[in-house]
Design a protein around this ligand. Structure first.
Ligand SMILES: [Zn+2]
Ligand SMILES: [Zn+2]
Length: 158
């Protein structure tokens, strides 16, 4: 299946399941690897991983297209388009979309992890917040070069 056929397919699903036309670009992207599809917030385009079609068939790809169209239509109409939004969950449920995909905003969410650890200097008490667990013996205090101790935030140890 080529991009033109995919475009026609997405437009058809959009009208049939959402009752609203899809007015942007849909295309295959082989580099999506582990993810089924992607919605681009800036261009409003949708990309679908062609290996999903080869592996799981049309039915599964239709569910991925519906998932991406949920992002698309909710985003364009100013409603909650993210996975955690109630608008998204109920629309996805209503049209029967796949639960999996990758979107650009979620990538950013993953990058902004909360601080869950801190390294504390055993000499001067200087604190360094960290998002991931790390081995304190591999680092030294930036201020006084003394040894550091790892503390897990929100827990009673340390
Ligand atoms: Zn998604
Ligand atoms: Zn120090």
């Amino acid at each position: 299946m080529n991009n033109e056929q995919l475009q026609a397919w997405v437009e058809k699903i959009s009208l049939r399941s959402f009752g609203v036309p899809f007015r942007h670009q849909a295309r295959y992207n082989r580099r999506l690897r582990s993810t089924g599809g992607r919605y681009f917030m800036k261009t409003h385009d949708i990309e679908i991983n062609p290996s999903q079609l080869e592996t799981f068939g049309e039915e599964e790809v239709e569910r991925i297209i519906k998932h991406e169209l949920c992002h698309y239509h909710l985003h364009l109409s100013g409603r909650g388009y993210r996975h955690r939004d109630q608008d998204f969950k109920s629309l996805l449920n209503k049209v029967g979309g796949s639960r999996y995909c990758l979107t650009l905003p979620e990538r950013q969410e993953r990058k902004t992890l909360p601080y869950r650890y801190k390294l504390v200097c055993t000499n001067c008490g200087m604190e360094y917040l960290r998002k991931r667990r790390m081995d304190p013996s591999r680092y030294r205090c930036g201020k006084c070069a003394s040894r550091l101790k790892l503390i897990t935030l929100g827990s009673k140890d340390g």
